[in-house]
Design a protein around this ligand. Structure first.
Ligand SMILES: [Fe+2]
Ligand SMILES: [Fe+2]
Length: 191
């Protein structure tokens, strides 16, 4: 719970970072469509997902603006970049890796949303994260299903296990910051 309490001390930075996560999720889904135009099921489901992510983006920036904040410049996301770079060195199928990474990011976001919904004292922040959580859970399931539609179950399972190991080492190396995918908060700073 320490992580959620600490990031909620800086809600404007958290919400700006979260907004960029939603925008990137929409953009990533569009990239998958662009690179796989002949896969009708993927095109249909990921275009719906991209719309949902953009809706989430609008919900987040609406709350950000209500709190007097503004959307800041996007910063690199060490968590997602760590996953992408980690898979490059172990050479899986590009589409499988992208689907599995997207599913992992959805699950990690869901975990963070649940912690934020529990820890938030502001009712609007609590309501936002309680509302968005189930949607991201559905997205994680969708990415798993898309992977299993295209690739043999054994291969999906094997690569998913490898990715979980990569994710573990990426997460262990993340620094704390008021960001959605930051590392653990070890101690409260002296104030
Ligand atoms: Fe989302
Ligand atoms: Fe999502």
């Amino acid at each position: 719970m320490i992580w959620a309490e600490r990031v909620l001390e800086r809600p404007l930075e958290l919400l700006s970072d979260h907004a960029h996560c939603e925008l990137r999720a929409a953009s990533s889904a569009q990239g998958l469509i662009t690179r796989n135009p002949s896969m009708a099921g993927l095109v249909d489901s990921l275009s719906r997902l991209a719309l949902e992510e953009l809706k989430h983006f609008r919900q987040v920036i609406a709350l950000l603006e209500e709190f007097g904040g503004e959307l800041l410049w996007a910063e690199p996301n060490p968590y997602v970049e760590g996953l992408i770079n980690g898979t490059k060195s172990t050479r899986g199928a590009a589409l499988l890796d992208r689907l599995l990474i997207s599913g992992l990011v959805e699950l990690r976001s869901l975990e963070r949303f649940d912690m934020l919904a529990d820890a938030a004292t502001d009712p609007k922040v609590k309501a936002l994260y309680a509302e968005l959580g189930p949607s991201e859970a559905g997205h994680a399931t969708l990415f798993s299903r898309l992977a299993e539609d295209v690739f043999p179950a054994e291969l999906v399972e094997k690569r998913a296990a490898e990715l979980c190991e990569i994710e573990g080492s990426v997460v262990a190396g993340l620094e704390f910051a008021p960001r959605m995918h930051s590392g653990v908060a070890k101690e409260h700073p002296a104030s």
